[in-house]
Ligand binder design. Structure first.
Ligand SMILES: Cc1cc2nc3c(=O)[nH]c(=O)nc-3n(C[C@H](O)[C@H](O)[C@H](O)COP(=O)(O)OP(=O)(O)OC[C@H]3O[C@@H](n4cnc5c(N)ncnc54)[C@H](O)[C@@H]3O)c2cc1C
Length: 336
């Protein structure tokens, strides 16, 4: 009886997964699939059905050829049209919505990046369905875990929708392997060529020789405790260089002009989960913790022993950062 029940459960599961079909929406930049899209492919594979990757832009054919090698992808649909190069939601969302309808996908997965946050709610609105955003765990094809209240509570949500529009948190899923797949590549069935009511004028990207904050394995972040931009620039880069780390900042530090906006970690900044996160002169407000508390090891330097950052820190140093940071930097340099 037990064996029979197990066999029928297996049959049901395989029938159900045959009905599932997932579209993984990939970002690309400079002719390369963006690293931020790779965890989305892993998440899409976890749903159990076949995964089709979706790419649009002037160089979509060459990006599609790369995407075909991603492990977990069985088909790649691409739209060769330069109008989608910048991922403008005004024309990208209708493009995606029409292709979701044409392909009858049950799940559409994208990274919870600026691109995903911009596009996916509009796609959901066009399809008149409820998006499920910032997913950190996939329990099964209808059950998803996501943080709410800036990560202070974790919600498990169940969906009964025929189509599910999902964004996934990059730090919660491993990146899919970029070699080893051999997917079929085809042009997407629909290009509605919806007019974009906005025009892309230019972008000014912050350039840095340091590791990218979002994907770095070590991050050192500075807060208001650094007092001003001159001190931030004097103390944080040498520490980052000694550790081979990316630099982050609290919102208070960003708002006060100590650091660039792109370096903000937290609820309204980047979400990071490096092997090491070092918070320097940061109190540990919940909005900051929302962006870094999944880090593997958290170290904190703060002169206030009661600062909330010490409640999440694995290693804490109660000290004046202006003495502790140069000392630590020197020791790290000598260890190299
Ligand atoms: C809707 C909303 C969204 C937000 N989003 C974000 C976000 O994304 N990211 C974010 O960071 N914040 C965010 N905030 C702001 C957040 O609430 C805090 O105000 C902010 O994180 C505080 O930054 P801080 O820790 O650098 O500054 P403070 O809270 O002022 O802390 C400075 C710390 O430095 C320590 N210190 C001072 N001098 C020294 C010294 N010489 N040596 C050692 N330690 C010293 C102090 O003891 C203190 O703990 C958000 C707030 C709201 C309302």
């Amino acid at each position: 009886m037990f064996a029979l029940r197990n066999a029928s459960r297996r049959l049901y599961t395989s029938r159900r997964s045959r009905l599932l079909s997932t579209l993984a929406v990939l970002e690309h930049r400079g002719g390369q699939v963006s690293a931020s899209s790779l965890p989305a492919v892993t998440a899409a594979s976890k749903l159990g059905g076949p995964v089709t990757a979706f790419i649009a832009g002037g160089d979509s054919a060459s990006v599609a050829a790369q995407a075909a090698k991603l492990v977990g992808v069985s088909k790649v649909l691409h739209v060769p049209n330069g109008a989608y190069d910048k991922g403008l939601p005004e024309n990208f969302a209708p493009l995606l919505a029409e292709n979701i309808k044409a392909g009858g996908f049950t799940h559409v997965v994208c990274a919870h990046s600026a691109f995903g946050k911009n596009i996916m709610p509009r796609v959901a609105a066009l399809l008149d369905i409820q998006p499920i955003s910032d997913v950190t765990e996939i329990k099964d094809a209808t059950t998803f875990v996501r943080p709410i209240y800036a990560g202070n509570a974790i919600a498990t949500v169940k969906t009964g929708q025929p189509t599910n529009i999902i964004t996934v948190r990059g730090t919660a899923f491993p990146a899919s392997a970029t070699e080893g797949g051999n997917a079929e590549v085809a042009e997407a069935p629909v290009d509605p060529k919806a007019p974009a009511l906005v025009e892309w004028v230019e972008e000014n990207l912050a350039k840095s020789e340091r590791p990218d904050l979002a994907t770095a394995s070590k991050v050192v972040s500075g807060g208001r405790g650094l007092k001003n931009k001159v001190k931030f620039d004097e103390f944080m880069p040498p520490l980052a260089d000694a550790l081979g780390a990316a630099i982050g900042a609290s919102r208070a530090a960003v708002d006060a002009g100590f650091a660039d906006n792109s370096l903000q970690v937290g609820q309204t900044g980047k979400v990071v989960a490096p092997q090491l996160y070092m918070a320097v002169g940061i109190s540990g407000a919940i909005q900051h913790l929302a962006g870094m508390k999944d880090s593997k090891v958290i170290a904190a330097i703060n002169k206030d022993a009661d600062a909330p950052i010490f409640q999440v820190a694995d290693v804490g140093l109660v000290a004046d950062l202006f003495q502790a940071v140069p000392e630590l930097t020197e020791k790290l340099k000598n260890e190299k």
